[in-house]
Design a protein around this ligand. Structure first.
Ligand code: NDP
Length: 411
């Protein structure tokens, strides 16, 4: 995958390139990994305008051509990351809000220029079907509500981006995929790390053989659950969260393991431990470790927790390693490559913040150009299935075999 995969959709369908003197060459060269030219370009001295106008073709779409996004659930992540990213994107505009809190929704709508008529509640959600300003619905609700509102949005004729984890159960994931197929609408799961430049660079280096044969992966993604923060209250409740640290933050290590090893595991064995008498872990898990075995012989060890703070993924190869630390933070991720000549921090030429606009613009492109999203519903289903297999493995204290879609082979 090249870094320009995260860039602006090809605008040719909308006529942006029509009449341009060149093609979109040069866009790929914006990435730090592009090969350097062997001679200097001939640029006239003095003010003549840029001699290679292709560089400016990567322009934001005009407002009238942008896809309208509705955000469902105006909580911590929506307010701090999703909505700002939509406004920074090249292809989208915020056209509607769905919230159970009318006063909050009115304030957010006023801040972002969303008309009052485009503020919906959960009780009149189905009315979005009649709102032509909405092309895409972004579900940013607690996990246990993802399936219901994704399916309703698809049935209303909208494309859907749904936050991770896709849903609480494998059956819900299947129902969401079926609803997308039936409505002939697109469904993407918001795995932002696939659009994060350090993660992309690590995969590219692995694919180019920079670490030799990558046969092992270690992933530790953890964070402290703090019930004094409103956003963490529902995460302690199994009906709304579907599980504990693995569903919430461990899923990054899991998804990363499969992203980097480019393989689905055939077996896993997991172990769970909860501190006794801690109210946070009455319904969901704290610590979970899991070993994944892959058909190629590769192994991954993952650990997650709600009482520690770690965020690192390490690819271990026969000629070196790639360490992402932090791996999946909102900002400031880093990649360190180690080889025979020592360690070096890899420069990727982009900040981690581009992951948010990257995934949003990618889904708009998928809708505009009828492409399969890079992180489709099947990926979300696979990860939920694998997490459920981990819970079953921990429960029976042994290895479980896995089907290619991530579900457990029933024994
Ligand atoms: P919050 O609790 O901050 O926000 C959830 C919002 O959902 C609430 O503000 C509320 O919005 C709405 N809601 C509707 N019903 C309920 C309910 N019964 N209980 C609580 N909230 C309800 O959570 P986050 O924003 O942290 O997480 C939302 C989703 O985003 C989750 O699926 C989470 O996994 C995902 N996420 C993804 C991240 C990423 O990096 N990709 C990072 C953080 C979260 P309103 O008042 O407007 O109705």
């Amino acid at each position: 995958m090249s870094e320009d995969d995260t860039s602006l959709p090809s605008l040719s369908r909308r006529g942006f390139l029509a009449g341009a003197s060149g093609t979109a060459v040069g866009l790929a060269a914006a990435g730090s990994t592009a090969a350097q030219p062997q001679s200097l370009p001939e640029i006239p001295e003095g003010a003549t305008g840029r001699p290679f106008p292709e560089a400016e073709l990567q322009m934001p779409l005009p407002s009238s051509e942008r896809l309208g996004w509705a955000v469902v659930g105006i909580g911590s992540f929506a307010l701090n990351h999703v909505i700002p990213a939509i406004t920074r994107s090249q292809t989208c505009k915020l056209t509607a809000l769905v919230s159970g809190n009318a006063e909050k929704a009115a304030r957010v709508a006023a801040n972002y220029g969303v008309p009052d008529a485009a503020i919906y509640g959960y009780d009149n959600f189905d009315a979005i079907a009649n709102d032509d300003s909405i092309d895409i619905v972004y579900i940013v609700l607690p996990n246990g509500l993802h399936a219901e509102y994704t399916i309703k949005a698809l049935q209303a004729g909208k494309h859907v981006m749904c936050e991770k984890p896709m849903a609480n159960t494998v059956q819900e994931c299947r129902d969401m995929i079926a609803a997308a197929d039936e409505a002939d609408r697109k469904l993407m799961i918001a795995y932002r790390a696939h659009f994060e430049p350090h993660n992309q660079r690590a995969l590219q280096m692995k694919q180019e053989g920079a670490f030799g044969d990558v046969k092992m992966l270690l992933g530790h993604t953890m964070r402290t659950l703090d019930l004094s923060r409103p956003r963490d209250e529902w995460r302690a409740l199994s009906d709304l969260a579907g599980g504990g640290s693995m569903m919430d933050i461990g899923i990054y290590a899991l998804n990363g393991a499969l992203y980097f090893l480019e393989e689905t595991p055939t077996m896993l064995a997991a172990s769970i431990s909860n501190p006794p008498d801690d109210v946070r872990f009455r319904e969901v898990e704290d610590m979970l470790t899991v070993q994944l075995r892959f058909g190629s012989g590769a192994l991954a060890n993952l650990a997650t927790s709600y009482t520690m703070n770690e965020n690192r993924i390490q690819l271990l190869g026969t000629d070196g390693s790639g360490l992402l630390d932090p791996a999946t933070s909102y900002s400031g991720n880093e990649l360190v490559a180690t080889g025979p000549d020592g360690s070096r921090t890899v420069s990727v030429g982009q900040t981690s913040a581009t992951q948010f606009t990257g995934e949003i613009d990618h889904f708009s492109r998928a809708v505009l150009e009828d492409l399969e999203p890079r992180t489709p519903g099947a990926m979300g289903l696979r990860d939920v299935a694998l997490i459920k297999a981990m819970y079953a493995s921990a429960e029976r204290d042994g290895w479980v075999k896995l089907n290619p879609d991530g579900t457990m082979v029933e024994s």
